[in-house]
Design a protein around this ligand. Structure first.
Ligand code: SAH
Length: 224
């Protein structure tokens, strides 16, 4: 899979892909993440990528030309399954959407800044708009990192224990059950007996019950 992230702040995206699961996935060749500096596609002398809002009002707007230059240049190299724009008014990211994106080959993620991008970018280049929640960030970079992280960890081979990603919260529409590790007793607080029993079927039943219970309690909406 190839993920091309277009941004005016490439420095913000240097670290997230340099560690842990995301780095391993890249090292194994499961994913290639390219961070592209939008300013490289600006025709202005000062490499500016934004301008005042038509009609007035506070806040700058990202111009269509550099974004169009950049996306068109990328599209000349390969075809893209999705051109995503990070936006608070987009479709809310959830596990189902991450699963779907993880099956694609090439995607672009465009990070907004300031007041966002000129609407014509959204109308003519963007195939999907994604929000990571009902709050406003200063820019799309952290949202792009969240989207990419949730997708990359699903790629087969990204997580050493293949089944692990499948037993996370939301994968079966339920929250994950509680987990424990050594010591079996700390400060008089014991790990549930059943987890030490070695009886796999009973353990699986217990985990399922716990998942249901937790979901009923914390996220009843998921059971509807
Ligand atoms: N004026 C816009 C917000 C701009 S915030 C509005 O009110 O909708 C600047 C940029 O940050 C946005 O263009 C978007 O790319 C990104 N962003 C902010 N909040 C986000 C969120 N919840 N999810 C995804 N991207 C977000």
């Amino acid at each position: 899979m190839r993920i091309d992230i277009i941004t005016v702040l490439p420095q913000l995206l240097e670290s997230p892909f340099e560690h842990s699961i995301l780095k391993r996935a890249a090292d194994k060749g499961l994913v290639e993440v390219n961070v592209i500096n939008l300013r490289d596609y600006s025709d202005h002398k000062q490499k500016s990528v934004d301008d005042y809002s038509f009609g007035g009002g506070a806040g700058m707007v990202m111009c269509i030309e550099p974004i169009a230059n950049c996306i068109n240049a990328l599209k000349r190299e390969r075809t893209y399954d999705e051109v995503i724009y990070t936006s608070p008014d987009g479709q809310r990211l959830d596990q189902k959407l991450s699963n779907r994106l993880s099956t694609l080959n090439n995607i672009i993620i465009l990070c907004g800044h300031y007041k966002g991008v000129d609407q014509r970018v959204r109308d003519h280049f963007i195939t999907r708009e994604i929000s990571i929640g009902d709050y406003v960030l200063s820019g799309g970079e952290l949202a792009a990192a969240v989207i990419a992280d949730s997708v990359i960890r699903l790629l087969p081979g990204a997580i050493s224990d293949e089944t692990s990603a499948l037993t996370d919260s939301f994968q079966d529409g339920l929250l994950a059950p509680p987990v424990y590790t050594r010591p079996a007793e700390y400060n008089g607080w014991k790990v549930p007996e059943i987890l030490l029993s070695g009886h796999n079927a009973n353990i699986e039943n217990w985990r399922h019950e716990q998942s249901l219970e937790r979901t009923r309690l914390l996220r009843p909406d998921l059971l509807d």
